[in-house]
Design a protein around this ligand. Sequence first.
Ligand code: GAR
Length: 195
Amino acid sequence: MTRIAVLASGGGSNLQALLDAIDALGTSAPARVVLVASDRAGAGALDRARRRGIATAVLADPADGAALDALLAGHGVELVVLAGYLKLVPRQVVERFDGAIVNIHPALLPAFGGPGMYGQRVHAAVLASGARESGATVHLVSEEYDRGAILAQQRVAVEPGDTVATLSARVLAAEHELYPLTILQLAARLSARAQ
Ligand code: GAR
C-alpha cells in the first residue's frame, strides 16, 4: 500500500479524482492518500482533504526543502503527487523521491510548458498558437518546470470556437481520467518493488 502525499495550490479537482478512484477500488487499491499539503491556506484541496479526514499541512515556506522533506518523512510518504501545485519543489525533495514524484500538466508537453505556464495561461497559449489538439501530460518531476520524463499523455481536440473556458474543461476531464490511472499504476509498481 503506497503512501501518497498530494501537493496542491488550488481547488483540487485532480485530488478529488484520485480519491474517488482509490475509493472505487476499495481494498484492492494499491495506494492511499495520507497527506495533502499546500502553499495556500485557502486552497480548496485542503477542504477536500479535511472532509475525508486526511491530514493537511500549509507550507510556511515552499522553498524550504528540509521542512518539506521532514513533513513527508513524518507521514511515511512514498509517492508525491503534484496536483495543480504552482511552486517549484525544492531539490532535496526531488532527489529523495527520484522516480516517485509526478505532476500533471494541462497540455501536450514538451509544448506549452515551462516557468509561468500554468492553468488558464496554458490554454490561452494553445488557442493563440492555432494548435488543432491539446491534452494532458503526466510526467516525473525534475528540478526544472515540466521537463521530467513523460509517463502518459491523453489527447483532446481543439474545437473551432473554443475559448479558454471550453478548452480547459475538456482538458480537465481528460486529466481526471489519466492522472488517477497513471498514479495508481506507478503506486502498484512502487509497492511491488518495496516487497
Ligand atoms: C489542472 O488543470 C492542472 O493540470 C494544472 O492546474 C489545474 C489544477 O486543477 N496544473 C498546472 O498548470 C501545472 N503547471 P485542480 O486544482 O482542480 O486539480
